[in-house]
Design a protein around this ligand. Structure first.
Ligand code: ZN
Ligand code: FE
Length: 256
């Protein structure tokens, strides 16, 4: 089995578009459809033909280009059945635990509600690659538009349990703003301080901060660290449970 090839490119104001390619079968999947024109340009530049579209959730910057991209390519659309009424042009509805094939490579579907009620992530376990949409961000997590803190914490816990070397491809470049917030709740974390400096340098050079890894996020992302004694002390919640601490961190980010 030859390695997956991934092409990452900015779309709209702060989204990333992703194309995933299996060189053996020639299959190429667009992960979400933030900007169909940009996605087609990138596929052409790579010499790839888009055969599939995999949606993470129904928001416009993720599924808004479904019809245009399908019309241009004939690609088959895979999307969470939980949001089928809100995602256009679906061919296959998937649910938690399903497997989606890209040639010989298979991705596991994780149901990760919280940002939306039916959000899913696609995990290529053999390649240690995860497309997480708006669930986990570098140094952050998605806003809770349709879910509870308990649901989101459960979703993030599943991602946190992936191997440390897992590469995380999230849908937005929010890292620098996330770092400023993270330092406000976990100021003494040396890993976070170093991560934040690295992000500033990358952005100053105009480079993406994505992908990140589960290992890097576990040591620095406050949304994966509600069990951390330092964060708990800082929030004045030494004895709360993880969901309560997570909810407080999320609330503070919403008003930061
Ligand atoms: Zn979203
Ligand atoms: Fe989004």
């Amino acid at each position: 089995m030859s390695a997956l090839e991934i092409r990452q490119f900015p779309c709209l104001s702060d989204n990333y578009g992703y194309l995933v390619h299996d060189p053996v079968s020639g299959e190429t999947a667009a992960i979400d459809t933030p900007d169909p024109v940009r996605i087609l340009e990138e596929a052409k530049a790579a010499g790839w033909t888009i055969t599939q579209i995999w949606n993470t959730h129904h928001h416009y910057d993720h599924a808004g280009g479904n019809e245009a991209l399908k019309e241009a390519t004939g690609a088959k659309i895979t999307a969470p059945g939980y949001e089928a009424a809100r995602i256009p042009a679906i061919d296959r509805e998937i649910a938690d635990g399903d497997t989606v094939q890209l040639g010989e490579h298979s991705a596991k579907v994780f149901f990760t509600p919280g940002h939306t009620s039916g959000h899913v992530c696609y995990i290529f376990q053999e390649s240690n690659v995860a497309f997480v949409g708006d669930t986990l961000f570098a140094l952050g997590c998605g806003r809770l538009f349709e879910g509870t803190p308990g649901q989101m914490w459960n979703s993030l816990s599943r991602l946190k349990a992936l191997p440390d070397e897992t590469k995380i491809y999230c849908a937005h470049e929010y890292t620098q703003a996330n770092a400023a917030f993270a330092l406000s709740v976990d100021p003494d974390n040396l890993d976070l301080q170093a991560y934040s400096k690295m992000v500033d340098a990358e952005r100053a050079r105009g480079e993406p901060t994505i992908p990140t890894t589960i290992g890097a996020e576990k040591s620095a992302n406050p949304f994966l660290r509600p069990d951390d004694p330092g964060i708990r002390a800082h929030l004045g919640l030494p004895d709360a449970d993880d969901v309560e601490v997570f909810a407080e961190i999320r609330h503070r980010k919403d008003v930061f």
